[in-house]
Structures are given as structure tokens and as C-alpha cells.
Write a protein that binds this ligand. Structure first.
Ligand SMILES: *Cc1c(COP(=O)(O)O)cnc(C)c1O
Length: 397
């Protein structure tokens, strides 16, 4: 079975493009042109140059010696936290802004929950002098003031969304409404491997730079270009998709996604979509959705704002369904413990999202010569308030 997309927008039975009719022309134009545009050598050259000179790629692959001793395996960290703006999201934002420009678009919209994707989008809009409008729920605006201030400083207009729970899914609805009204001049930058075809495939391709580098760097470090285990956290699933991309059809590599269990999968305070979701349509895609029996979306919860999305990219729905990847639900407290552990053992403060991937380490039993690659999707600066509030940060010497 070939797990990479075959071109029709479906991963097994998941994916597709379930959108309002008014967007057909726009989405079809994108479907028909994206492979040609991003495959053009001039595009690739510009994308690669910005990833190198602006984002700071390649990100290092770091052998974590003390963490390896702790888990009795050879653990390597893919350092996406060292990217400009502090996470992997910038890879995709750069790709999409270059695509939008080539499609003649002059106006960019995005939606954001935690604000990380909003900041990445506002950043690339400043870089390319594009108009930028970011939809964000009022509840999230109140919780994520620093990112709101960054977006404004970068020149974006942050439009508060007051419908529903005033969180991410309401911001998504507003962004889609805006796109319907402005299909000709506007490109909608989606921040993960979610949304209607071609977004899941397009975003995975932009993020696949992570596994392209990983192959090369693992070969340098270990003499072979694949790990035994590859672990990444999963919100919508873009950093995991990027890390898995070149290994999807390599069965030697055990793929592990860590989703957010929140307070536990046996509570209603959780964002473990793969464990608890049911088939449905969200954001224009057929996938697993956290929903009630009558199809109302359930507000997800996680200590990490970047993982509390009520859906999951269709690629991951298929990888879970076929058993190609294993998904572990990691709780808030496991993630906090893992964040503290990485900080004290390696001097790296990870994002709370990334801490879920690190939290998966204690769930597996490794052999001493196993090579385990973990994606550190982002840095923890944005989460300092949460770390301080929940701190058990006593000295350990
Ligand atoms: C947004 C975010 C995530 C979750 O998004 P994916 O699309 O699942 O990668 C993970 N880590 C960080 C640091 C983020 O900002």
C-alpha cells in the first residue's frame, strides 16, 4: 500500500473536499495548479533559499545523550524549535505565501487558535508585503495576548470572532465565510494538514523538508538513513506528517503520533481525536471528529493550545485506521513531566505540544541500540506562564 497521496485527495476513505459551491472554482484552481507551481524549479529555488537564509534550515539533529541514558536507547531530537518564529509552522507559511503570489493573490486570510499559525502567517505577509487578516475567537484572543500583539506588530489585522464558543472552530467558520465572499483575490493559508484537498497534501509536502533533512542527518550520525522509531506530536498533524513523509512506505520505521489526552481519554476534558473521534466532516474534510451522537462538535481540551483541535488530518486518520502508525494519547501531566525532564537533562525547554511527543517515550520499551527520532516541534517560551503555574520546578541536584 502506498500511503502517500495518489492525487485524488483521498487517503483511503478519508480526505476529499467538502466545501460550499461558491468555493468550487477557487479550490479547483488550487487543486489543478499547486503541483505544477511547487514543482517548478524557480519555486523550489526560492522556497529553499528562504528556508535556509530566513528560517535557518536545516535545523540540527541533536543526539540527546542524557535523555538516551534515561530511556536506554539512542535518542535524536529534530530541532524544529530552532526555526525562526520558534516552530515548524513557518515552513508551510513560506510555501503557501510563495504559492499565493504565483496565483496572483493579493490578500491573505488565516485562522488561529493559539496564535502560532497566525504569527507565522503574519510573518510571511510582512516578508512579502501582502495584506493579512487573521480570524481568532475572542476567548483565544484573551488567552493569547502575546501572539495577538505580535501579529499586530507584524502588520496583520486580527478580527475577533464572537460566534459559538469563540474559539478555533468558530474562527475556521469565519475564515471560510470570508473566503466565500472574496474568492478572486484571496488565498486562505491553512496551518496544518487539514482542510479540503489539496491542503492536506500541499502542507505535508511543504513540511516534508523535515524528513528529507532527517534522512540525511541520520545517515551522518548513525550510518543509516532511517530510525527504528519516529515520534511526533499530532494536533492537526503537520509536523508529524512532515517527519513521517519520506518514511511512510518504509515499514522498518515504527511511526508514533502523540495526541493530547488532556485530563485523560476517560474524561470529557480531552483532545484525543483518534482515540475518541467519530467519522464526520470538519473543515471540508472527511476524517475523525470529536462530536456528539447528533454531530455537534465537542469543544476539545488540552493544556497545550496547539493540540486542542477537534479534528485530525485525513492522512493520520488513514494511518491510524490501517495501523501503519500508532497513536498514543498523552495526558497534560505526562507532557508537563516530559517537558521538565528535557529541560533538566538537556537544557532545552520544549513547547507543550512537543512535550507530548517526548511524553510518548516512557510508554515504549526500547532496545539499547534502537535509534529513536523525536520531533521537537517548537520552543517553550510561549508556554512559560503554564509551566510557572504548574511548576514542580525544584532544583534536582
Ligand atoms: C501548532 C503546533 C503544533 C500542532 O500542529 P501540527 O499541525 O499537528 O504539527 C505542534 N507543535 C507546535 C510547537 C505548534 O505550534
Amino acid at each position: 500500500m502506498d500511503y502517500n497521496l495518489t492525487g485524488n485527495g483521498y487517503y483511503g476513505e478519508f480526505g476529499g473536499a467538502y466545501i460550499p459551491e461558491i468555493l468550487y472554482a477557487n479550490v479547483e484552481a488550487l487543486q489543478e495548479s499547486y503541483l505544477k507551481i511547487i514543482g517548478d524549479p524557480a519555486f523550489t529555488a526560492e522556497f529553499d533559499a528562504l528556508l535556509r537564509d530566513y528560517v535557518g534550515r536545516p535545523t540540527p539533529l541533536y543526539f540527546a545523550r542524557r535523555l538516551s541514558e534515561q530511556y536506554a536507547a539512542r535518542i535524536y531530537l529534530k530541532r524544529e524549535d530552532l526555526n525562526h518564529t520558534g516552530a515548524h509552522k513557518i515552513n508551510n507559511a513560506i510555501g503557501q505565501i510563495l504559492l499565493a503570489r504565483r496565483m496572483g493573490k493579493t490578500r491573505i486570510i488565516a485562522e488561529t487558535g493559539a496564535g502560532q499559525h497566525g504569527v507565522a502567517t503574519a510573518t510571511v505577509c510582512a516578508l512579502t508585503n501582502m495584506r493579512c487578516i487573521v480570524y481568532m475567537g475572542e476567548t483565544d484572543i484573551a488567552r493569547q495576548q502575546l501572539n495577538v500583539q505580535k501579529m499586530k506588530m507584524l502588520g496583520a489585522e486580527v478580527r475577533p470572532v464572537t460566534s459559538g464558543n469563540k474559539t478555533l472552530k468558530d474562527a475556521v467558520n469565519e475564515a471560510i465565510r470570508d473566503w466565500c465572499c472574496n474568492p478572486a483575490d484571496t488565498h486562505y493559508i491553512i496551518g496544518s494538514v487539514v482542510g479540503p484537498h489539496p491542503y492536506p497534501d500541499m502542507v505535508a509536502r511543504f513540511q516534508s523538508v523535515i524528513s528529507a533533512e532527517l534522512k540525511r542527518q541520520l545517515a551522518e550520525h548513525t550510518g543509516r538513513d532511517y530510525p527504528d522509531y519516529l515520534i511526533a506530536c499530532v494536533g492537526g498533524g503537520s509536523n508529524a506528517a512532515g517527519a513521517f513523509y519520506h518514511y511512510l512506505n518504509d515499514e522498518r520505521v515504527k511511526l508514533i503520533g502523540a495526541e493530547a489526552a488532556g485530563l485523560g481519554t476517560d474524561t470529557d476534558q480531552t483532545a484525543a481525536t483518534i482515540h475518541l473521534g467519530k467519522r464526520g466532516i470538519i473543515h471540508g474534510s472527511h476524517t475523525f471528529v470529536m462530536q456528539t451522537d447528533d454531530g455537534q462538535i465537542i469543544e476539545p481540551y488540552s493544556i497545550s493550545a496547539g493540540l486542542d483541535y477537534p479534528g485530525i488530518g485525513p492522512l493520520h486518520a488513514n494511518l491510524a485506521e490501517t495501523g501503519r502508525a500508532e497513536y498514543l494519547a498523552v495526558t497534560d501531566s505526562e507532557a508537563l513531566a516530559a517537558a521538565m525532564e528535557l529541560t533538566r537533562l538537556e537544557g532545552i525547554i520544549p513547547a507543550l505540544e512537543s512535550a507530548h511527543a517526548l511524553g510518548a517515550l516512557r510508554r515504549k520499551t526500547f532496545r539499547p541500540d534502537d535509534v529513536v527520532a523525536v520531533t521537537v516541534s517548537g520552543r517553550g517560551d510561549k508556554d512559560m506562564e503554564t509551566f510557572i503555574k504548574t511548576a514542580t520546578s525544584k532544583p534536582q541536584h
